[in-house]
Write a protein that binds this ligand. Structure first.
Ligand code: 3HC
Length: 314
């Protein structure tokens, strides 16, 4: 009985838009879904560094290299904010990292696609970070305080990511024939995976209803996906590129673009681990985790030494 009243009070708090803080009572299921979502979000930021990191040494000039370096470093920082936000829910970062490394934890499907040309770096900034902004800005108002506050900082940096990506792809699209072809080829390969980033369709989203009731999620997957299409198609047209969807058509009645069917078989295949780069991404993450063991050992030895010095002094 007591738990029921507490759940009712908890929901009333959410309905009054009161932020939930780490020390507040919360239903176990609320805590569990936040740990699931925030840790997967953090994993996505960290794994998301890999496809772009691949082009830091291949950037066409110093300006592009500096912007890409800054972006990849930002993603690392986003991962750290989000692991810290997850830790406020009583989990250890090392456990979350191990779930990523052993393949039991998910990260965003989009990062399992290869970056084949420099134009892909533009497409990632433009489309992937563009999609991430639409999905992350509402998370600045998510009901869990530490997550919402982490998102405010992340979103400020995402806008730079999207802008630098769009500028790369625009430069190529307005360049010579070969460059324009690179830009169109990148759009062809990244368009549909970017739509899949928003998650399954609403009727197949197992968490959305509860996440929206708990004000973790503010908009549904399909709502954000449609918003992304409506905003991005004019950006493609503006630089003379065509979106690879023969069913794409502005629907005056709806006030939105109608678009073709998403290949859900591909989506579920990728999130099951059978995407083009899943194995490579986990192999790279495991290798860098192993290579970084000495840093973790040194840091914990230093922390222990400092703690024992404090004890002696006390
Ligand atoms: N990739 C991998 N798994 C996905 C997915 C995707 N694109 N979309 C959904 N899923 C998974 C969910 O995790 C869930 O699986 P689980 O129960 O094992 O966790 C299952 O598919 C069902 O999906 P739901 O829609 O029911 O799940 P959610 O309510 O959690 O919605 C989400 C999925 C919209 C991705 C939501 O989790 C979310 O908003 N997460 C936070 C934001 C985020 O992770 N953004 C993407 C990556 S960050 C990024 O792009 C960084 C940028 O800097 C480039």
């Amino acid at each position: 009985m007591e738990n029921l009243t507490r759940e009712k009070e908890f929901q009333a708090k959410l309905d009054r838009e009161v932020k939930i803080e780490p020390k507040d009572w919360m239903p176990d299921a609320y805590r569990k879904t936040l740990i699931r979502q925030i840790s997967q979000h953090a994993h996505s930021e960290i794994v998301g560094m890999l496809p772009e990191g691949n082009w830091i040494t291949r950037a066409p000039n110093l300006r592009r290299k500096a912007a890409l370096l800054a972006k990849v470093q930002d993603e690392a920082g986003h991962g750290l904010y989000l692991y810290s936000a997850a830790e406020t829910l009583g989990v250890d970062r090392i456990d979350l990292e191990e779930q990523l490394l052993d393949g039991t934890a998910k990260y965003s499907s989009i990062f399992n696609y290869p970056t084949q040309t420099w134009a892909d770096i533009g497409a990632i900034g433009w489309l992937v970070d563009g999609a991430a902004i639409l999905n992350q800005v509402p998370l600045c108002r998510t009901s869990y305080g530490p997550y919402a506050r982490a998102m405010v900082r992340v979103c400020k940096e995402e806008s730079f990511h999207q802008r630098q990506g769009y500028e790369i792809i625009m430069t190529l699209a307005q360049g010579n024939e070969a460059q324009k072809k690179l830009a169109q080829d990148a759009l062809n390969r990244w368009w549909w995976p970017a739509l899949m980033m928003f998650g399954p369709s609403d009727d197949n989203s197992k968490h959305s209803a509860q996440s929206m009731a708990w004000k973790i999620k503010r908009f549904s997957n399909d709502y954000l996906r449609q918003d992304f299409v409506d905003r991005t198609v004019p950006q493609a047209e503006y630089i003379g590129l065509s979106v690879p969807d023969k069913d794409l058509k502005w629907n005056d009645e709806r006030g939105h673009y109608d678009f073709g069917p998403i290949n859900w078989e591909e989506f579920y295949n990728v999130i099951k681990g059978n995407g083009p780069c899943n194995r490579q991404r986990l192999k790279t993450r495991n290798a860098s985790f192993k290579a970084g063991a000495w840093v973790r050992e040194a840091a914990s030895a230093y922390a222990d030494k400092k703690a024992s010095r404090k004890e002696v002094a006390a």
